[in-house]
Design a protein around this ligand. Structure first.
Ligand SMILES: [Zn+2]
Length: 300
């Protein structure tokens, strides 16, 4: 799933390509992905892109008529730039294409051939589709944006604000608190693993914690996200997922050596997902999987 750093880089990449360009049409091929019906998608036709931004893990594509096309890519969604004009039936009703933005020609090339027909394809590779597309007059009309917590890289997100947020979360496990979009925007399963590893903190640690632990976690959060944003900046959309994976120290690295201590990175299977941690760095050597099993009364 693209998280804050990837969506930020996607927004920058798309901004360079889209701002100033006119929408010829928007085709939604995965109807279930479209969460709004008024204004209709057709209301975007003829509009010019003015700004491409990010709110949490949402991409917000704004046009000159005041409307916003909001995309939440969920776990398996992605946005690809398409150079060539598509064949009229390409991708329709099959494959992972969920929506297609087709642009008007901006001009002609040196040989006088009109450019254009290029644009953006929104795709989702998943059996259970979770991608969400909205057309709204204001981004806050999207509930998952209206309820977003603070942006963790903003100036206003101070250590004091973080401490208050953690105190409010009380006994809730820190892994879940970091991922909760209503508490903090933009962090998902991967970067929460990375932040907790850098902070040398158990994913099951209670959110309410002593000031020294808050400081360590805050520093880790800003460092991990800041580094990831720096790494992703300027990386084209097509390479962002590989770039994200490469930058991970423990997330998705079950069985590999921890880059800090050399212990084997372990995995916890949790509801419908998994996460990774280093027992030596984060849990005093204790296995979290064993803890989960013992809580369920299972002996091994
Ligand atoms: Zn380690």
């Amino acid at each position: 799933m693209p998280e804050l750093p990837e969506v930020e880089a996607l927004a920058a990449d798309l901004g360079e390509r889209l701002i100033g360009r006119t929408i010829r049409r928007v085709d939604v091929t995965e109807i279930a992905a479209l969460k709004t019906f008024d204004p209709s998608v057709d209301a975007l036709h003829g509009a010019v892109f003015t700004e491409i931004g990010r709110r949490g893990k949402h991409l917000v594509l704004s046009v000159d008529s005041g409307l916003h096309l909001v995309l939440h890519l969920a776990r398996s969604g992605w946005v690809r730039w398409r150079d060539a004009s598509p064949r009229p039936t390409a991708g329709r009703g099959r494959g992972p294409l969920a929506a297609r933005v087709v642009l008007e020609p901006p001009s002609a090339d040196a040989a006088g051939n009109p450019l254009g027909g290029d644009g953006v394809d929104v795709t989702e590779q998943a059996t259970h589709k979770r991608l969400a597309i909205h057309v709204v007059e204001h981004p806050d009309q999207v509930l998952s944006i209206a309820t977003l917590g603070p942006e963790p890289l903003d100036e206003a997100f101070t250590e004091e604000r973080f401490a208050a947020l953690l105190a409010h979360a009380g006994r809730a496990q820190i892994k879940g608190v970091l991922r909760d979009q209503r508490r903090i925007a933009g962090i998902g399963n991967a970067y929460s693993d990375e932040i907790l590893h850098v902070a040398k903190m158990s994913p099951f640690h209670p959110a309410s914690m002593p000031a020294a632990d808050v400081r360590r976690l805050y520093d880790a959060l800003r460092q991990v996200l800041g580094d990831a944003v720096d790494r992703a900046r300027g990386v084209p959309a097509s390479s962002l997922r590989a770039e994200k994976k490469q930058g991970m120290r423990v997330h998705g690295r079950k069985g590999e050596a921890c880059p800090v201590c050399g212990d084997t990175v372990r995995q916890v299977i949790y509801a419908d997902s998994t996460f990774e941690y280093c027992a030596t760095c984060q849990t005093g050597g204790k296995s979290l999987a064993d803890r989960v099993l013992s809580r369920l009364g299972i002996r091994r």
